[in-house]
Write a new protein. Structure first.
Length: 66
């Protein structure tokens, strides 16, 4: 079988793999604002006060999930 000479320039990998991996990890992170947790209990108690049926969950939780 005849060997063919490679055309074009040889590929040189100049990536900084440490930096590349850090960016991949950072890309998977997201900011979770936990201020709603502070008002969770008081809001839930107020909503469920005097209720006999199932508990109502906080509107804040509903907005956070969506």
């Amino acid at each position: 079988m005849k060997e063919h000479k490679r055309w074009g320039k040889k590929f040189v990998d100049n990536r900084d793999w440490i930096e590349y991996n850090k960016r991949l990890v950072t890309r998977g992170e997201f900011l979770l604002d936990c201020e709603w947790v502070e008002s969770w209990n008081s809001e839930l108690k107020a909503m469920n006060e005097g209720k006999v049926a199932r508990n109502i969950y906080s509107e804040v939780l509903g907005r956070w999930i969506v």
